[in-house]
Design a protein around this ligand. Structure first.
Ligand SMILES: *Cc1c(COP(=O)(O)O)cnc(C)c1O
Length: 395
């Protein structure tokens, strides 16, 4: 059983038929969100039954947009460990710190969640060719699920993307285009193919399904914490799907009566070299201005302009959260700290969450008795070059 009812514009609230193919809202051009009959779902689904289900994101299938289970694709994505980081906590003199380790997903990042869902759904809708602009991880994840579904993936990455991502997309059978510029330039390039060949555009928040895959991180944290959410969640923000998705998940769960009304304060962390959301948050704006000259070692955060900016800012404000910048040096150092205290080879984006944590604790925004979840969104393996720089070349 599945409780999807319709799609709804995140801005103007226009309702759309969920059985048809949509990208953005046809009226105002903003992102669409999947809506469910939460009343019925709350009565039909018992949250205590999840432990009998498979440890992947399909365990929440009633609240996901796929209709026909025949189209479910799976490489084992989701239900990643929520690790109580004791050694890290000791080092920081902090009691209750958890790491949601997304590096264990297929293709080594949480992009697998979104692309698993989107490719499953577009396959159900009969789409045969898709395209994506990506800083690397989304491209790899798309190629993996497209390969599994037997559909074509056209991926557009900046030409300075780490070589590991190119290798991965090649091995997974993707059609690769390298673009001179940033992810925003990649999108422009992809748009040519979308217009000419009618590929389905699977860019961040320009279709309603990736966010549904990513919202399962919120369901998992609730389930793994026995339906008692943490005080603070720190999330490295690029396009913002994960942050917006989790915030959506918390409302859905509250509506279904699975959790009480206490929700976490959502923290968005970006690099000093690309921080459009932090700037907009600090200036009290509803939308973010495009960031000029975006630069950071955390490729997933090099997003100068996000179509879901107002949804990210809304989630931060509604949750009484905040947004902070951290330096690339700190990003690198804290990724290493996660590695040498907890045995997790974290991606730089994961390091950014620890850097933000330290900053917020120093200012007293995070209190000693609070429970905090950091997101390690991907594996350090694909960014291994960062740990080789200035070091003896042993290759
Ligand atoms: C894409 C990406 C991010 C940013 O995620 P959004 O949900 O788009 O904000 C963070 N970390 C890694 C490793 C990524 O690949």
């Amino acid at each position: 059983m599945n409780f999807l009812t319709h799609l709804e514009c995140g801005m103007c609230k226009k309702k759309l038929d969920a059985e048809k193919i949509w990208n953005l809202c046809p009226d105002c051009g903003k992102p669409l969100l999947a809506r469910y009959d939460l009343n019925r779902a709350g009565r039909a689904v018992n949250k205590n039954d999840f432990n009998k289900r498979e440890p992947n994101l399909w365990r929440y299938h009633e609240l996901l947009p796929l209709r026909n289970p025949r189209f479910r694709l799976s490489l084992g994505e989701g239900f990643t460990p929520l690790i109580e980081a004791r050694r890290l906590g000791e080092k920081l003199g902090f009691n209750s710190i958890f790491i949601k380790d997304e590096s264990l997903n297929p293709t080594g990042s949480f992009k697998a969640r979104g692309l698993c869902m989107a490719v499953s759904k577009v396959n159900e809708l009969g789409i045969k060719e898709v395209s994506i602009p990506s800083a690397g991880n989304a491209a790899g994840a798309l190629c993996a699920y497209a390969s599994l579904a037997g559909i074509s993936a056209h991926v557009f990455m900046p030409n300075d993307v780490p070589r590991s991502f190119i290798a991965e997309c090649r091995a997974l059978g993707g059609h690769i285009t390298l673009v001179d510029g940033l992810i925003t330039d990649c999108r422009k390039k992809a748009t040519e193919g979308i217009k000419k060949f009618n590929w389905f555009d699977i860019s961040t928040l320009r279709e309603p399904y990736r966010i549904e895959g990513k919202k399962t991180m919120g369901y998992e944290i609730a389930e793994q914490m026995k339906w008692e959410l943490p005080d603070v969640i720190i999330y490295p923000t690029g396009g913002g799907t994960g942050l917006v998705g989790m915030w959506k998940a918390f409302f859905e769960m509250a509506e279904m009566g699975w959790i009480n009304s206490k929700k976490p304060r959502m923290v968005s962390v970006q690099s000093e070299g690309c921080a459009p959301i932090v700037k907009a948050f600090q200036e009290g704006k509803e939308f973010a201005e495009p960031w000029m000259g975006a630069r950071t070692i955390a490729d997933g955060l090099r997003v100068p302009s996000a179509i879901g900016d107002f949804l990210i800012l809304r989630a931060i404000r509604e949750s009484r959260g905040t947004a902070v910048t951290v330096s690339d040096e700190d990003i690198f150092n804290q990724a290493s700290t996660i590695g040498n205290t907890q045995g997790i080879f974290a991606c730089p984006e994961g390091g950014a969450t620890l850097a933000a944590f330290k900053q917020l604790r120093e200012t007293g925004w995070i209190k000693d008795d609070e429970t905090v979840v950091l997101f390690n969104t991907g594996s350090g393996h694909k960014y291994y070059h960062l740990w080789m720089k200035d070091k003896e070349d042993i290759s």
